[in-house]
Ligand binder design. Structure first.
Ligand SMILES: [Zn+2]
Length: 489
């Protein structure tokens, strides 16, 4: 490709089109998952913006700002396997499992497993789920993988991994840090994981199986500590302390209505950034629900405070570790001892904080292993061999058996895994800074709120690394997550 670099006018048109494309998609997702519209009509949206997802568009933007070029490449690739995504979604909604005479929808199997105290039945649920996955979904995933691989070569990259390195993703460097983190926290996870499995499920880490993991983190006994009727007031008061009047924000739309087909999980849909940001909740209560609400509120406030004058790529695109970092900062309050003391009059605060630390340790080890796996996956010619590698790499990190059948459906795409990993480091380091500046009750200080609002206004212009360096002078490091975990234990 030696096409002339795009003109300023072409770039501006691309920005405008991309902005309304994302707007239309987010609106469609909002309407469907808020239970306001039965069907999810993404198809028509893609048809309206056909131009954006063409190979020529992606090729012509090779000399444009990286975020625009990446968006065009992702649009091109995503569009080619859109049909596969739809087939997976359809199969997932239609498949049913027959377990012990009960019929359970495929998508409910994990929830059923997490709520099932009886271990043998959990095993039957998981075995059925994995069989359905391998039989009905993996063939579709595999087809999409082949299409993807050929398409990446049309973008002048030998593979997906090389393509993302060209987008500026520091995959090898982060992978090195992840290897170190895995090494450094191995004994810690063996000890703490074992303790938690024994306390909750009465089995050691060496006896734990995939069907025990979802149950381990479900912990229904903690739910009573996080009551439904206090969830939204706790969020409103927390934001209020930071100087944000949630109900008074004109660009934030709280959707609290109960609708039968509304998603049971809180989500944020930034339809216009910053003009119209939806925070959608169907409150159920319990620790998971509280964490999900605070997480999504973090995204919501970030987008709602983003400066509307910024270019599209700084409002909508950029480094996803930034918005995930803001979401994690809010989410982790729910298990922060100082916050619990102030906001929630509950016993067993130390236990809740300890629990939060062990669960962060599990997830950071799992995502570290996922990154190492994905880096291998996207370079190999031998995709079927990756089944075994998946179980090996993840099993090694988690110290328990992992289903090899998940080797395709456990890949998020766009190396989003680095977004989460880096967002945990961002949260750990920024929280340290906030505590040293404003004290352990930083979340109740108006000055801390002023700083957050200033940082949120930058949108995703700066990367998480740049933001952290500007504010604290520190380098974003995976090792900070291990320190954060140790502090909680
Ligand atoms: Zn998030």
């Amino acid at each position: 490709m030696s096409a002339a670099p795009p003109t300023i006018r072409q770039l501006d048109r691309f920005r405008d089109d991309a902005d309304s494309f994302i707007h239309d998609l987010d609106e469609e997702y909002y309407l469907h998952f808020a239970g306001l519209k039965e069907t999810l009509d993404v198809e028509q949206v893609y048809e309206r913006y056909e131009e954006l997802t063409k190979l020529e568009t992606a090729q012509s933007l090779a000399g444009a700002p990286t975020e625009l070029w990446r968006f065009a490449c992702e649009g091109f690739l995503g569009n080619l396997t859109r049909e596969h995504q739809a087939r997976v979604a359809k199969a997932e909604t239609e498949l049913e499992a027959a377990v012990d005479g009960d019929t359970i929808p495929y998508r409910m199997l994990r929830v059923a497993m997490s709520n099932e105290p009886e271990r043998d039945r959990r095993q039957r649920l998981e075995e059925t789920r994995v069989r359905l996955l391998d039989e009905h979904l993996n063939p579709v995933y595999l087809e999409a993988v082949q299409i993807d691989r050929e398409a990446v070569r049309q973008l002048d990259s030998p593979n997906y991994y090389e393509l993302y390195k060209r987008f500026g993703f520091r995959l090898d460097e982060i992978a090195d840090e992840c290897r170190e983190l895995l090494d450094e926290t191995e004994k810690l996870w063996e000890r703490e994981g074992d303790k938690l499995f024994r306390a909750r499920l009465g089995i050691g880490l060496d006896e734990a199986r995939p069907w025990d993991v979802v149950r381990l983190f479900r912990a229904p006994e903690l739910d009573q500590l996080y009551p439904n009727d206090q969830m939204l007031p706790a969020l409103e008061r927390t934001l209020g302390d930071l100087g944000i009047d949630l109900r008074g924000q004109e660009n934030v739309h709280l959707d609290l209505d109960v609708r039968p087909s509304k998603s049971p999980r809180a989500f944020c849909a930034p339809i216009d950034v910053p003009g119209r940001v939806m925070l959608v909740i169907q409150p159920i209560g319990g620790k998971d629900d509280w964490e999900a609400l605070f997480h999504e509120a973090g995204h919501t406030e970030h987008y709602a405070h983003t400066d509307g004058e910024l270019l599209m790529e700084a409002r909508r695109l950029g480094d996803m570790a930034v918005t995930e970092g803001w979401a994690m900062l809010m989410q982790h309050l729910v298990t922060d001892p100082a916050w619990l003391n102030r906001r929630l009059d509950v016993p067993r605060i130390e236990e809740l904080a300890h629990d939060g630390a062990v669960s962060l340790l599990y997830f950071v080890r799992r995502y570290s292993a996922k990154l190492l796996y994905e880096i291998e996956f996207f370079q190999t010619e031998d995709v079927p061999a990756m089944r075994g590698r998946y179980a090996e790499i993840l099993g090694d990190a988690l110290k328990l058996p992992v289903n090899p059948e998940s080797y395709l459906d456990d890949i998020d795409g766009s190396f989003y895994v680095t977004g989460y990993l880096r967002s945990w480091a961002f949260e750990a380091q920024l929280r340290d800074f906030l505590r040293s500046e404003f004290g352990s009750e930083w979340f109740a200080k108006r000055d801390a709120g002023d700083l957050l609002r200033e940082l949120w206004s930058l949108g995703q212009g700066p990367t998480a690394d740049e933001l952290l360096r500007d504010v604290t002078g520190a380098t974003l490091e995976m090792a900070s997550i291990a320190e954060r975990v140790r502090e909680g234990l």
